[in-house]
Design a protein around this ligand. Structure first.
Ligand SMILES: [Zn+2]
Length: 477
């Protein structure tokens, strides 16, 4: 009996995830049976996150929710890069935070604080769960220095006038660790290369402050005054907070070429480990350029969507419709469609919530839906199929309203569309009748009489919205 029970428990927790290290879908086997240690590369806080960045955090939120749904305790760390990332991944260019400070006429510290808060607000608006720990790079300077000293002791470093560098030629298969194409790494390196670097792929561990200028963010170190390189902070914070190896490391697919191979290179040198056992990457968001002329080439942020009167959860809905490892094509039109679908979903939930008093529930068919849903989300977080399944069950005549409602809320534990908060909106019969009369006048093209009915509805505290599927009655708030 005990053996059977254990088997059920294990299969129930089964999750397959695509591991970039092996380029395969693998069954997740956390080091601790009950816990998952998860690290996500966080934002560089010099400007608002754009919606492509936010897509990555939405994918990680889905991952976190699936893990918790499967009863894992998740220790989730997101770092805040408030120092050290330069405008180029090749250790050249300006410090992004100090550049932001000049632009905003603020100190670097103020800029970092401001955009950290803006990022957290975006996360909240998108219903993304907060990590267990926010780790700020500037809070981990001593740990980063210690880590670099250890690499130096092991002979992986060399000092040039610009700073202390990691010698990637000492790591076997460097650049191939995550399947990054060597050709691409070199092409990127041709753009700008720090003088004295031994190999194009070598990267700064500690950048020295320029002698003729004073930086706002700089610290003393055994190599001179300066600041840590971006690739080191994640290794220092992840190893400090999660240990090595930990279970899952996440990030956007843009990190496959440089940032993540550099994290792994340091971990190989220090711990002879890949740092994490599973590396997961979310794919890019592609912008439909023709239709984006509205934005005048500016980066689209969540605020841009809100300014255009979109509900942030409509963007969350849009992201759910595409698998996280596929490109997501963004256009205002696709966002509008997502918002329409979300509205219809809310209406449907409100309707079944009102009718869910029936006794019938918990049928065999309902259980089959739940099983299929669990299979989809366990198969590399397939939210697109899970969402399509939700619509299918809502239209299924064999299910009771109670079952539909309960299953919708169960699915929403992963979707995070806040379906639980939807209120039942009862439209009085009188309003419904007036709206129907207006519709008849509209069909007859008697615009004057239709308008009188519309005004009457509005005077009673409701208004009408015309959609492709007919009209919608909304209570004024
Ligand atoms: Zn990182």
């Amino acid at each position: 009996m005990i053996l059977i029970w254990q088997y059920c428990r294990i299969t129930d927790r089964m999750i397959k995830l695509h591991n970039t290290l092996t380029k395969k879908k693998e069954v997740l086997k956390p080091l601790d049976k009950k816990k998952v240690r998860l690290y996500a590369c966080g934002p560089t806080v010099y400007w608002y996150a754009h919606i492509g960045n936010l897509r990555t955090y939405l994918f990680q939120d889905i991952l976190r929710r699936v893990l918790e749904y499967k009863k894992y305790q998740v220790k989730h760390v997101i770092n805040i890069t408030d120092v050290g990332q330069l405008t180029s991944d090749n250790d050249t260019g300006e410090d992004k935070i100090e550049k932001g400070a000049k632009r905003d006429k603020k100190t670097a510290w103020q800029v970092a604080r401001y955009y950290t808060e803006a990022f957290k607000k975006d996360m909240d608006r998108l219903n993304i769960k907060e990590p267990s720990i926010w780790a700020k790079a500037t809070d981990y300077i001593p740990q980063q220095i210690e880590l670099i000293k250890e690499l130096e002791k092991k002979n992986y470093t060399y000092l040039i006038s610009d700073g202390l560098y990691f010698d990637t030629s000492k790591i076997k298969d460097y650049g191939n660790l995550l399947g990054a194409k060597k050709r691409d790494v070199k092409a990127g390196a041709r753009i700008a290369m720090v003088k004295g670097k031994k190999n194009p792929t070598d990267f700064a561990l500690w950048k020295l402050s320029p002698k003729n200028s004073k930086k706002e963010m700089e610290w003393p170190s055994p190599w001179g005054k300066g600041f840590p390189g971006w690739h080191t902070e994640c290794v220092a914070m992840a190893s400090d907070l999660l240990g090595v190896p930990f279970d899952i490391h996440c990030g956007g697919s843009d990190h496959i070429q440089i940032h993540h191979p550099n994290e792994i290179a340091q971990s190989k040198a220090l711990y002879n480990s890949n740092l994490a056992n599973y590396w997961l990457h979310g794919e890019f968001l592609v912008v439909d350029k023709n239709k984006m002329s509205k934005s005048k080439g500016e980066t689209i942020t969540l605020k841009s969507l809100i300014d255009e009167k979109f509900d942030p959860l409509a963007y969350r809905y849009l992201v759910l419709t595409t698998h996280y490892r596929s490109f997501l094509n963004f256009s205002w039109q696709s966002l509008k469609s997502a918002e329409n679908s979300l509205d219809s979903l809310r209406d449907k939930i409100s309707e079944i919530k009102e009718k869910k008093t029936e006794i019938k529930g918990d049928s065999k068919k309902g259980k089959e839906y739940l099983k299929r849903f669990q299979d989809f989300i366990s198969d590399d977080l397939n939210t697109a199929k899970a969402l399509a399944l939700l619509w299918k069950l809502l239209k299924d005549k064999d299910l009771s309203n109670r079952e539909k409602y309960n299953l919708s809320l169960e699915f929403d534990k992963i979707f995070g569309l806040d379906l639980k908060s939807i209120k039942i909106i009862k439209i009085p019969e009188k309003i419904k009748k007036l709206a129907q009369q207006r519709e008849i006048y509209r069909e007859k093209k008697d615009w004057q009489k239709a308008d009188i009915k519309r005004k009457e509805i509005e005077s009673l505290g409701y208004y009408l919205e015309d959609t492709v599927n007919g009209f919608k009655i909304i209570k004024k708030s």
